[in-house]
Design a protein around this ligand. Sequence first.
Ligand code: ZN
Length: 491
Amino acid sequence: MLAKITSGTVVGIQGVPVIVEVDLARGLPAFATVGLPEAAVREAKDRVRSAIRNAGYEFPAKRITVNLAPADLKKAGTAFDLPIALGILAASGLFDGQRTQGWLVVGELSLDGSVLPSAGVLPLALAARNAGLNGLILPAANGREAAVVEGLTVIGVEHLGQAVDFFAGQTKLAPITPEPFAGRPEQAGADYAEVRGQEHAKRALEIAAAGGHNLLMLGPPGAGKTMLARRLPTILPPLTFDEAIETTAVHSIAGLLGPDSGLVQQRPFRAPHHTISDAGLVGGGNPPRPGEVSLAHNGVLFLDELPEFRRHVLEVLRQPLEDGRVSVARAALTVEFPARFMLVAAMNPCPCGHLGDPRHGCRCTPAQIQRYRARLSGPLLDRIDLHVEVGAVDIADLASRPPGEPFGLYGPRPGAGGAGHTGRTVRTPAPPLLQRSDDAAGPRPVLFPASQRPAPARTGRGPLWPVGPRGAPHRQTRPHHRRPCRPRGDW
Ligand SMILES: [Zn+2]
């Protein structure tokens, strides 16, 4: 007896339909799985055997062969448990195997027969629709995630018995209705209007948000760099439906969607620690899994203490910053993950953090400062369009200020009309210099194109980041009161 049930696996971010063929033959009882199954798929036979018995069905004492076609594609994950179990029961004559035609079945089985949630359900739902299937049988906890795909009947099951009764025609299960897509831009707990002071940094954040520019914040510890970065997603335009699908698919593959979660409706904010590996940042492993740059797709990747990241880890950022995607090559296959994100980085101006701070003395030697800044390569800095100083704010100054300005102080909300965040549309040959000028209304930035950049003033403090064209800092003898240097080379 032979039964065929359609299931699927995920390659990169794409779902691929897989036909699960189950053959029951006479002979000594055995269970063989063929078709390049990974360890978790090979172990399915033990889960399936227990689940079938504990659900109250008889496990056939026959020679069982399970083939996963196409046979040259590696199959990973636990989502084949449910189709294999249904295939065995259909092949043993419990219900008509023809009734499973037109359905894609995924789900992990517990030993008691209950169906556990699986990762990567949304890409499988898209694959089912593209393959012309009518519906999807999946774990009930994954139902809302898959229901957003239009033109597909999505039915959630909680137990193996429910799926058997459904295909046997003994019970009717209601399809899951998709929740409306709202595209909420607000993030709970972080409000841009709460920020007091830091007007020039907020201005830079808004320029970055409007144009999709990468941003580097430079300032002493406690100046509010992380606090500002966390509020950046709240002023980005709402996710479009297509962006939400892509973002949800990446989170689904990574297994980061909680039970009963639908579409990701907020722009992601990812802030990996500086000890992260390059595989953790851009993706890796076998089978390849998305990294932090892909989890930040359509959102913000925040790298705090940028010079503390290992240099080769930062250098792998260059491909996703340019192309908006990452290729992870393995011997058997190369997969691509989307990685179109805004990079927001923060760093101290020197190892002790107080260079240029009028209230603290800097204890660093020029050589220490030079070594610290030289950890960032020129090509990486060249991809960060906006460099902004974030100075320390006085406690008294904070208390006397009004409680934050609502967004809109500098013009319409990005995306609310007119030009919105459409990716990184403006490429400048050299990072623009965001220079502070002290006026009565407080420090405000002046953005100079490279061609119109004025000569630095001969008195007063110069910019804290007087780097050369390749990112190497100028030699300086007195970090506090050095004379500002005229940029060299092709600036
Ligand atoms: Zn210092």
